[in-house]
Write a protein that binds this ligand. Structure first.
Ligand code: SF4
Ligand code: SF4
Length: 158
């Protein structure tokens, strides 16, 4: 037995108008969809993106090749780190720094143990590589960000 209330609802198309009201409300409300890739979101401050090396204000590497990050990483991302001590410099400078993105879980452990804050999680998250080889970074490539990083990922490899 259909209740009189249900009959009235059907008669005055209440459900249809309720649905239309919802549609109209969303049509005029603020859009939350991001039109990627034309529009790219800035990640939050604590976002753990691609691991990058950093330099000081004079452009000198902050890394002193102490290998603490290599020891902390449980994934074996740091394949090789070697440093040299140049004349007039108190700390060694990295000359070899081979790092593999394809093994990284973005845990951030390496950044926690670094004594000079040389290695950090950047806010880079556009990490589409053309193959495994494109995930292998050498020392100079560990500083790439933004467009330079995208170019690195797109680079043809033998
Ligand atoms: S973020 Fe974690 S997995 Fe990635 S390199 Fe650092 S320690 Fe290794
Ligand atoms: S990045 Fe930091 S922890 Fe890793 S070798 Fe350089 S100074 Fe040491």
């Amino acid at each position: 037995v259909i209740s009189p209330r249900a009959i009235l609802r059907k008669l005055f198309l209440v459900d249809i108008f309720t649905g239309l009201a919802v549609t109209l409300r969303y049509y005029f409300s603020r859009k939350v969809t991001v039109q990627f890739p034309e529009q790219v979101l800035e990640p939050p401050e604590r976002f753990r993106g691609l691991i990058r090396l950093y330099r000081d204000e004079r452009g000198e590497p902050l890394c002193i090749a102490c290998k603490a990050c290599q020891r902390a990483c449980g994934q074996g991302c740091f394949v090789a780190i070697e440093g040299v001590r140049e004349e007039g410099r108190k700390t060694p400078k990295p000359v070899v720094f081979d790092w593999r993105l394809d093994r990284c879980s973005f845990c951030g452990l390496c950044t926690l143990v670094c004594p000079t804050d040389a290695i950090r999680n950047s806010n880079e998250y556009l990490l589409t590589a053309s193959g495994r080889e494109a995930c292998f970074f050498r020392h100079d490539e560990m500083y790439l960000t933004g467009d330079d990083l995208q170019e690195f990922f797109r680079k043809e490899r033998p």
